[in-house]
Design a binder for this molecule. Sequence first.
Ligand code: AMP
Length: 291
Amino acid sequence: MLLCKTKSETRLALSGARSAVENSLARPSSVGLVPTMGALHDGHLSLIRRAVAENDVTVVSIFVNPTQFSPSEDLGDYPQPLENDLDLCRTEGVDVVFAPSPPEMYDPDFSTWVDETSLSKGLCGASRPSHFRGVTTIVAKLFNVTSPDRAYFGQKDAQQAAVIKRFVRDLDVPVDVVVCPIVRRTDGLAMSSRNASLTPPLREEALVLSDALDEAVRLFNSGQIDTSAVKTAMTSAVSAAPHARIDYIEIVDAETLAPLETIDRPALVALAVFFADTRLIDNRILTPPKG
Ligand code: AMP
């Protein structure tokens, strides 16, 4: 496995890896990209395993992207256990890790952005107004550095996946976006690098996110399609945690992310909840039966 800190090293490493495959197999090679901010856990590893299984060459980027954090957010506290991340990537059969520094990715007079202007406005975008602009811009840059055939994202960040898919469609980006299922701990908590910053009691309280989603599924399965009723039940499930501070609980069209009054089409049930300074997100898809 090669660790590359610069864009030019990465391009060189990937073209070498591609040529090696093409010379030995006498066919075009495929590259899979897994963009991450590091502090890798089983959620990330599920994306990496899928990329390794589906491509000749896998590149994982590890970059805590400053432009997707607002000044008041946890950029400075974001965990960066690079050596452990590299060990995990090596074990999974990753070919190249691209771990640049912020100045490698952003010139001091950087001034060009990729800005999705519809799907990125609600849900997380309402309380993090410049977040998705930072995400789409860094993903565009990572695509330009690694020229992947496929890029792997998690359903855990459902809005991010929708925004990236729209960006790829709108700008004719020749990359297949693959969205992988949410990986959870056995108790239901969705894996997240931010879980590590919760104290054990708060981690216990954080189970209300998956409890609230389970409650939404239960109500929907028993015939409740009124989104206000489902959201009210979810709010009371979250409120069982004394330290929970709800950012949002929303039910939206799973594709357009437009708010729904009734669940009459595939719906994304999504929530974001603070525990102290840690903001956790989770979601489920509800699909009405056809006909
Ligand atoms: P991050 O390092 O948080 O930016 O996440 C990198 C990628 O891993 C994103 O596409 C996330 O959606 C995905 N991811 C994070 N947590 C999970 C999880 N629990 N299950 C599946 N994918 C995840």
